[in-house]
Design a protein around this ligand. Structure first.
Ligand code: SF4
Length: 213
């Protein structure tokens, strides 16, 4: 068997699409159906029931999964993850703009996680940069081959536009060395010139050391 190690840690705490196994670990699991209905689907002024539901959710170990489930499936009624429908409304409205890179990473690790429109777009752009073929993207996103091909084409155009607008640094060209003619003085950079050497007067072979006698 061949083992491949990477530095990418597996994404944790992300519920897979269609995974409802968390529900059996919920604090409300096993409640009588009618009681659960009254407590978790109260009317706005049923303050006692709302307080009871929030108390249960407060110590529930799968509170996060429960909230994600409601958001990702567009469940706007009832209490999920300790939040009423009114309290969840801003979260529902902001969900399409969620950009959680843990989910993008989990997707490329082969996990079947819920992706918002923004996260899905990042996946498509990365798939193009990674050189994915349309059939691979189609299988991963469970879309048609033609749709995947169009999405990769749009990603390619986006990268092209980005390069046009912002410019891509080009590799520096190597300058060819020109052959110097013999005797041509080498140009020196300003400020680095050496003083010209002066001819030194040749001293007499026997210079007089003192006055002539
Ligand atoms: S967070 Fe609340 S509604 Fe969700 S599973 Fe837990 S107890 Fe039930």
């Amino acid at each position: 068997m061949r083992h491949i190690t990477t530095h990418a840690a597996p994404a944790t705490g992300l519920r897979g699409v269609g995974d409802t196994s968390w529900h059996t670990r919920g604090a409300c699991h096993g409640m009588d159906v009618e009681d659960a209905d009254a407590v978790f689907f109260p009317l706005p002024r049923d303050h006692e029931e709302i307080a009871e539901a929030k108390e249960l959710c407060g110590w529930c170990p799968v509170r996060r999964e429960c909230l994600d489930f409601a958001l990702e499936n567009g469940l706007k009624e009832g209490i999920w993850g300790g939040l009423t429908g009114a309290e969840r409304r801003p979260l529902h409205n902001g969900l399409p703009r969620r950009l959680d890179y843990r989910r993008v990473t989990a997707f490329f690790q082969g996990r079947d996680v819920h992706l918002t429109g923004a996260e899905r777009q990042v996946v498509i752009d990365h798939a193009y940069v990674r050189g994915w073929r349309p059939d691979r993207l189609a299988a991963a996103l469970q879309i048609s081959h033609k749709h995947a091909r169009d999405l990769l084409r749009q990603a390619a155009n986006k990268v092209l536009d980005r390069d046009r607008n912002y410019g891509v640094p080009r590799p520096k060209k190597k300058r060819k060395k020109t052959s110097k003619a013999k005797g041509t003085p080498t140009p020196t950079a300003p400020g680095t010139q050496q003083p010209a050497s002066r001819p030194v007067a040749s001293a007499p072979a026997h210079a007089p050391l003192g006055k002539a006698a």
